[in-house]
Design a protein around this ligand. Structure first.
Ligand SMILES: C[S@@+](CC[C@H](N)C(=O)[O-])C[C@H]1O[C@@H](n2cnc3c(N)ncnc32)[C@H](O)[C@@H]1O
Ligand code: SF4
Length: 395
């Protein structure tokens, strides 16, 4: 017993003297742009890959002094599609990170992959480099639908890659799915959920389709080439995923995310709990010691900057106290566990009720929020209409 108390005191002391930070590394290349996606990525800039990686490595080096006291608790190599790169580029990036920063032994290190751009050699390199989590974009198991989305792979190819990842020893795999697709029926969506469950990934992200401007889907939607499912049917899809995944041992731990016990995404949790993270690469965003930063989005300019942070960072501003309070609630309530009133008090030196008392009472009355001891969280109905509920916390 005494031992545990001493241990926890040591842990508390360590927590107060060191700082944990996460890294996001952006790879803005894809083999082919999907019809729905407006992420910052290009499918016609292969000739810039080498110069981009060189500039990225310079940017990583520029953070050596900034992060000298920090322990890196998660790394997320995202995109775009990092798996389109030759594995030697991932090797260069990871070795540089290991050389410059202190990485926590238990760090979660994720790479985003498209099933149409993987190979055994790539996957084995990722494993050797200590990348311990793979996130695969799938979206749907229906091949016609995959084609309509502009994806470059079939469901069969996805399964082959998934099995290869298991053979190489990956035991932490996420699969991305999207519902509410053009002309999609609930029955079609149910097949996707049911089939994914049989594969048993540790983590599943389930996104509702967003029609983004500057995408092929936006133009097609405007031209009325297809219709979206009615709102009620879209909600049924959300509920089918939520209920079926829960019945099969997945925790619905965040609005769009489900995981097996102990496999929630540590990296994304940092975003939702206002932890420190540095984004490196084109257009990457950072939140570090209450400062928000956004990198430039023009690839030529990014390459020319050669990691000079004065040129790479387009915006840097201190997050106001008002913004911090809003984000504490707005982001924290996305998590099923919700937020702690005590932590709010410790952080802002005022009671949560002082600022949000009326709003909280109203949402409790409407059964969109529930209070459990020190914690406040969304109810199932609150999760369903989370955009409406969370908007109440913008001051
Ligand atoms: C960077 S991609 C994943 C890795 C890889 N690029 C791929 O697509 O296979 C991130 C994920 O965002 C989701 N996504 C992108 N655009 C979306 C949109 N307009 N609506 C909903 N989800 C979207 C997709 O599920 C996609 O897999
Ligand atoms: S969904 Fe993935 S593969 Fe498709 S364009 Fe977006 S980032 Fe690229």
């Amino acid at each position: 017993m005494i031992e545990t108390i001493i241990d926890s005191r040591i842990e508390a002391h360590i927590e107060s003297t060191i700082q944990f930070t996460s890294l996001y590394i952006h790879i803005p290349f894809c083999k082919k742009k999907c019809n729905y996606c407006d992420f910052l990525s290009f499918d016609h800039e292969e000739d810039k890959i080498e110069a981009y990686i060189n500039a990225l490595v310079e940017e990583i080096r520029s953070y050596k002094t900034v992060l000298k006291k920090d322990i890196i608790k998660s790394i997320f190599i995202g995109g775009g599609t990092p798996s389109v790169l030759e594995p030697t580029y991932i090797d260069i990036i990871m070795k540089e990170i290991h050389k410059l920063f202190k990485i926590d032994k238990a760090a979660e290190i994720t790479i985003e992959c498209n099933p149409g751009s993987l190979s055994r050699q790539k996957v084995m390199t990722y494993k050797e480099l200590g990348i311990n989590r793979i996130s695969l974009g799938l979206q749907t198991v229906n091949d016609e639908r995959l084609q309509h989305l502009g994806r470059i792979h079939t469901f069969k190819e996805f399964v082959q890659n998934y099995n290869m990842l298991r053979e190489v020893g990956y035991d932490n795999i996420n699969v991305d799915l999207i519902f509410g697709l053009p002309n999609q029926t609930i029955e079609e969506w149910q097949v996707t959920i049911d089939q994914i469950i049989t594969l048993n990934p540790e983590h599943i992200s389930v996104y509702g389709l967003i029609i983004e401007e500057d995408t092929k889907y936006y133009k097609q939607f405007q031209q009325k080439l297809w219709t979206l499912p009615e709102e009620e049917e879209e909600r049924d899809m959300y509920w089918y995923a939520s209920q079926t995944l829960s019945e099969h041992g997945y925790n619905h731990y965040e609005i769009s995310n489900y995981s097996k016990q102990d496999y929630s995404c540590k990296h994304n949790k940092v975003y939702w709990t206002l932890g420190n993270y540095i984004g490196m690469g084109l257009g990457a965003a950072s939140y570090y010691e209450n400062n928000r930063m956004d990198n430039i989005r023009n690839i030529q300019d990014y390459i020319a900057a050669q990691g000079n942070l004065d040129q790479v960072i387009a915006n840097k501003y201190e997050s106001s106290l008002k913004a911090q309070k809003e984000e504490f609630l707005f982001l924290g309530l996305r998590l099923f566990e919700g937020i702690s009133k005590q932590i709010y008090y410790k952080k802002f030196n005022e009671k949560l009720e002082d600022l949000y008392g009326e709003v909280i009472d109203e949402l409790l009355k409407q059964e969109l929020l529930v209070e459990e001891g020190d914690r406040l969280r969304l109810t199932n109905r609150g999760m369903d209409i989370s955009n409406y509920v969370l908007a109440h916390f913008i001051l």
